[in-house]
Design a binder for this molecule. Structure first.
Ligand code: GLA
Length: 691
């Protein structure tokens, strides 16, 4: 008798079946009733097509090549060329509440797999991870292990995914799913700017707020791989996991390798439903000092205002100007340490530059704290400049391959964090800085990809490097429980649900261009919640695109996330300071709505984008005009997230609340909110409260 195991969320269900052939996927999709009846396997009930194996091979929880599964294998492994074809006929499933612990055994090939699936009913997100153990008597080479293989419905028609580069992260794409394989691989060694490790699969007709959508993301800060394969029999599978370099995982008898976790969710509320489910799951993973998120403090970052040009008096003046307008955290960016006058030098020498700061950084840190602000410091721990005392003392500490040239990027190399002495050195230096200066916040940067990531034994160290970095962050935070960390890698090169467990903010992009940021931030929030998305108001003329934007537009784009400022505030006149103070006050007044609640977003007609955040009874709605209007009049903006009740809506600006109007929720959803016409690159904000 086959055994069915099911997990139910509030919107979704998954079903697997323990059959003589192994552990099979039966279903993942919209919620089934608790007492659902699934009938027999279609594969076994329907006629066998010509030129097919006489016994059909259904989609297994871990489909493997070689025994009749012609699709991509979830495991590619061999033992000196043998045991290449695995079959996990023996299986055991133990269910503890919402957790399915699955054990699969191939006694012929000598391999054991453990697959854990946990479906959280509060978020509808399934966390899946897979572990492979070599139970044979010789070394097992593992070439690919999918952390998760997910079944997709036959009519899955499109995949929404994101590409990009430094200064242009989260560029959105929607590809039609045709025959064959849709594949994204990242071999940059970090999460990367160009390949966000996740995607959303859509059924025909699925929109931002309606229809069935399947989302998945790999909680991993290194190389990764995801593929969607439509088989010639019409079925589709989606595999996600860590990409492995040749020879990276070679398991001695008894050794095991664990995949990263995959977070997967199915929503019937479209792309937005997937995003909100992920926000809930990510919020559970974040580790806030004290256990809960404090209101996200407005910060000032010194980078674009000063670059490498540090001077204690000017930094103190910046802190004074920032404190006067309500800034709550001061972050001293790159340029403060030994000899660091440009990006060609000194990474690894984490001592304060006595030429720039003759009395050290303590006076500045104390000054900042005396003004009532937190003190933050930029570091790039995993890096080493060839021109550094650290490299001169320990050239072997850099990741490298004997006989190969050292490949620098931004004139720097990457430390081999898998060496315990490197981890200890970094921990000691960082801990000393945090303790001596009372650092509240580290901006933790990583300004290059890995190449080559060879360890001392000449083997690929990609996976171990990620785990060592996470461990270093965890070690530091357990020594300094109040410390917050920001993940930055030349902007958004290391944004993922894995490192999210160790950090409290992501620098989403080095590009602060407000127009570009609207889409970029939308992409970020497809997978991660707004409160961890660093978003800054920069100089009027954007440094990376040369475009000019008003303060109001920049402020209303940046306040979606964790607000910061990044320009030389000391240059502002009194009127400009007052205006900026007004926007900081506006953010503080609304951050309880902007962060921690539900996010809804979409597009109106004629070049309008919108973003609403809040709870069931109160929202802040931000409306952006991104194009020159083609129409004479602005069309009302439909707000599909409002279904019922009566809502009091007023346009709001710093210190100002304009005329209130009451609307039915259904009216706003179907007929829409009247919005004013406007120029491109302008925005309005609306407070909405249920009566
Ligand atoms: C990276 C970061 C920037 C800044 C510089 C400093 O590019 O993304 O915000 O910190 O490094 O070198």
């Amino acid at each position: 008798m086959n055994r069915i195991s099911a997990l139910h969320g509030s919107q979704s269900s998954l079903v697997i079946e323990q059959a003589p052939a192994g552990l099979l996927w039966r279903y993942w999709g919209p919620r089934l009733p608790d007492d659902f009846r699934s009938g027999p396997w279609l594969e076994f009930a329907r006629p066998v097509p010509t030129f097919s194996l006489d016994v059909p091979v259904p989609l297994h929880l871990v489909p493997t090549f070689g025994l009749g599964w012609y699709g991509q294998s979830a495991l590619l492994a061999h033992r000196a060329g043998r045991d290449f074809a695995q079959g996990f006929g023996q299986c055991d499933v133990v269910q503890h509440g919402q957790h399915l612990a699955c054990k699969l055994l191939d006694t012929v090939a000598g391999i054991e797999l453990c697959v854990d699936l946990v479906l959280d009913p509060a978020t509808d997100v399934i966390e899946i991870r897979t572990m492979v153990t070599n139970i044979g008597t010789a070394v097992l080479d593992v070439q690919w292990l999918a952390a998760a293989t997910l079944p997709l419905p036959d009519d899955a028609s499109a995949v929404r995914h994101f590409s990009g580069r430094h200064n242009r992260e989260f560029a959105e794409h929607t590809d039609a799913l045709g025959h064959g394989i849709w594949l994204r691989e990242n071999r940059h060694g970090i999460t990367s700017h160009g390949h966000f490790p996740g995607a959303v699969v859509l059924l025909p007709g699925t929109t931002d707020d309606d229809g069935t959508a399947y989302g998945a993301q790999i909680a991993w800060s290194g190389n990764h791989r995801q593929l969607i394969e439509r088989l010639d029999d019409g079925r589709s599978q989606w595999q996600l996991g860590g990409w492995l370099a040749p020879g990276e995982v070679r398991l001695a008898p008894g050794e095991r390798h664990e995949s990263p976790a995959v977070l997967a969710t199915c929503s019937t509320a479209g792309l937005g439903g997937v995003a909100r489910n992920f926000h809930g799951a990510l919020r559970q993973r974040l580790g806030w000092p004290g256990g809960t998120m404090r209101p996200r403090p407005v910060l000032i970052n010194s980078w674009e205002g000063f670059y490498f040009d540090h001077d204690p008096d000017r930094m103190m003046a910046l802190a004074d100007a920032a404190a006067r307008i309500g800034v709550e955290r001061f972050v001293l960016d790159d340029g403060w340490f030994a000899g660091r006058d440009d990006d060609r030098t000194s990474l690894g020498d984490w001592w304060v530059d006595g030429r720039k700061y003759p009395d050290g950084l303590k006076p500045l840190a104390d000054h900042v704290r005396g003004l009532g602000m937190e003190f933050g410091l930029w570091v790039e721990p995993e890096m080493i400049s060839p021109n550094s005392d650290l490299f001169r003392a320990h050239p072997d500490w850099a990741l490298q391959l004997a006989g190969r040239p050292l490949a620098t990027a931004r004139h720097q190399l990457v430390l081999d964090l898998t060496r315990p002495e490197v981890g200890d050195y970094l921990f000691d230096r960082l801990a000393a800085l945090v303790a001596e200066l009372g650092v509240d916040y580290l901006k933790w940067d990583h300004n290059r990809d890995l190449a080559p990531a060879g360890d001392a034994a000449g083997r690929a160290a990609y996976t171990a490097q990620v785990r060592s970095t996470w461990a270093l962050m965890a070690r530091l935070r357990s020594s300094f429980p109040d410390l917050e960390i920001e993940s930055c890698a030349g902007g958004g090169g290391r944004i993922d649900a894995g490192i999210a467990a160790h950090v409290n903010r992501f620098w989403a992009s080095d590009c602060i261009d407000a127009r570009l940021r609207i889409g970029l931030q939308r992409g970020f929030q497809q997978f991660l919640p707004p409160e961890v998305m660093g978003a800054h108001i920069g100089a009027e003329r954007c440094h990376t695109t040369g475009r000019r934007f008003s303060l109001a537009f920049q402020a209303l784009v940046a306040c979606q996330g964790h607000l910061g400022l990044e320009f030389d505030l000391t240059q502002l006149d009194a009127d400009e300071q007052a205006k900026l103070a007004g926007w900081i006050g506006f953010y503080k007044e609304h951050r309880h709505l902007l962060h921690g609640g539900d996010v809804w977003a979409g597009e109106g007609s004629d070049g309008v984008a919108w973003h609403a955040a809040g709870s069931a009874d109160e929202y802040l709605l931000l409306v952006y005009r991104t194009e020159v209007m083609q129409q004479r009049h602005a069309s009302p903006l439909r707000l599909p997230f409002l279904h019922d009740g009566t809502w009091r809506i007023a346009e709001v600006r710093p210190g100002e609340r304009r005329a209130e109007t009451d609307y039915s929720g259904a009216w706003l959803a179907q007929a829409g909110l009247p919005i004013p016409p406007g120029l491109p690159d302008t925005a309005t904000a609306w407070h909405m409260a249920r009566l």
